[in-house]
Design a binder for this molecule. Structure first.
Ligand SMILES: [Zn+2]
Ligand SMILES: [Zn+2]
Length: 141
């Protein structure tokens, strides 16, 4: 998918990018649950630039990553590893949602029983997630 555009709820922060993966991931880890208020749904992007950067708060949520949100309306916008140039943008913030498909769930063993996503895609446990995506420091509860 390219190019891409999106914004927060109040439009104080807008973004555009050169590319977004059409498949997005759902993370059920405890940090994402608390931050997103539920599953965290995001896709990898490249070439992201922000309009309204003065309204964007970057919260360093761990030693390895930061999470961004609008300081006016609180919309969660992205997760980003500090060493990476790629933003994992929240799929709900994109202007066009219709071309995205869920292609992976991670930390599935942290998902509460009350909800499930439909579809036939990989569902990785915490241990499988770390094998697939590389070692990460312990996830806070
Ligand atoms: Zn906003
Ligand atoms: Zn997570």
């Amino acid at each position: 998918m390219s190019p891409i555009r999106g914004q927060c709820l109040c439009a104080a922060v807008k973004f555009s990018g050169t590319h977004a993966e059409s498949g997005f991931g759902a993370c059920h880890c405890r940090m994402c649950q608390r931050w997103a208020g539920g599953p965290f749904l995001a896709t990898s992007t490249s070439g992201i630039t922000f309009d309204g950067e003065e309204n964007l708060v970057r919260f360093k949520s761990s030693d390895w990553a930061e999470r961004g949100f609008c300081k006016k309306c609180g919309t969660n916008l992205f997760y980003k590893e500090l060493e990476s140039d790629s933003y994992e943008m929240c799929v709900g913030t994109f202007d066009d949602l219709n071309s995205f498909a869920l292609n992976e769930e991670i930390f599935i063993d942290r998902k509460p029983a009350a909800y499930d996503f439909a579809g036939d895609h990989p569902r990785l446990t915490e241990a499988e997630t770390i094998v697939r995506h590389g070692p990460v420091p312990p996830i806070p509860q």
